[in-house]
Design a protein around this ligand. Sequence first.
Ligand SMILES: Nc1ncnc2c1ncn2[C@@H]1O[C@H](COP(=O)(O)OP(=O)(O)O)[C@@H](O)[C@H]1O
Ligand SMILES: [Mg+2]
Length: 327
Amino acid sequence: MTTAITVRELTKSYGDLRAVDGVSFDVAEGEVLAILGPNGAGKTTTVEILEGHRSRDGGEVSVLGTDPDHGGPRFRNRIGVVLQAAGVDRELSTREALELYGAAYSSQRPIDELIELVELTDKADDRIVSLSGGQRRRVDLALGLIGNPELIFLDEPTTGFDPRARRRSWDVISNLTSLGSTIVLTTHYLDEAEYLADRVAVMAKGRIVADGTPNELRMSVESDTKIAFDLPRLDEPLVGLLEPLTGQGRGRGRRVEILTPAPTADLAHVTSWAMLRGIELEGLTVESADLEDVYLSLVGEHEDLEDTEVSTDTEVSTATEGVRADG
Ligand SMILES: Nc1ncnc2c1ncn2[C@@H]1O[C@H](COP(=O)(O)OP(=O)(O)O)[C@@H](O)[C@H]1O
Ligand SMILES: [Mg+2]
């Protein structure tokens, strides 16, 4: 299989902040890669470096056999970009915007076909300003495709959409994958990555913390169990609870979740910890971990402890809502 993108040890800092901290991955021709991660993970920085829109500090990048830092017009002609925030003139209609943008490319996809692909046939001659958020995002998508690109970058194509608009955009993006285009998309929705991507790279704090097909990711966690319960009080120090565990603890308000490969021992520890203190573990559940649990724990591991984790030296009261795939 031909490789469309190769990234090795990519780094990029903004001042003291290492936004991308040694990222490596490949994308095969015709493949759909989702870079999945919470806000601030470094997704946009990574894809904009691949597009040639940002410079990098270190590492090697090859996109369609070219270093995007020295891409030039020939390179830009071969890729399609849907930025996280696009700057199209909203007084234009979709059709006019496509005509205008299309003129910049040596080869163009037929405009009517494209409008149909993004399901805007009824709205093609309305001014963009009058369209809904979901429809505008599909205009952005059409603009990214007008140059008939070999490679498409989609930065958070459905963020902020209601569920129906997201479904609709997924259909549109799936249409593209059936045309055989190579696609790199970023998202913070786990279900979106699962639905659209052949392969998922989970990114947190500038690093890739897991990489595989949705199935591989699921299988790698199949054996994990989730123990969850509510603490009656928020002022209980958790050092004694969490430190001896084999699994990993995480807090969401009063809810404590422990993801563990050793449920018998960890459950015994949790219950004796509670009994010694006379604490009733409300809402205690023990169940198989699902992909979202694993995603949250992967991402949580690399978040600031005071933000998202029940750490061994903080109390649950300082742990806020965990990083959720839907928010
Ligand atoms: N131009 C910039 N200047 C300074 N900091 C930036 C800039 N762009 C991004 N950052 C910071 O870099 C980190 C990664 O940002 P970004 O790549 O946009 O992540 P994501 O797309 O995953 O949300 C964030 O902490 C963000 O605030
Ligand atoms: Mg982003």
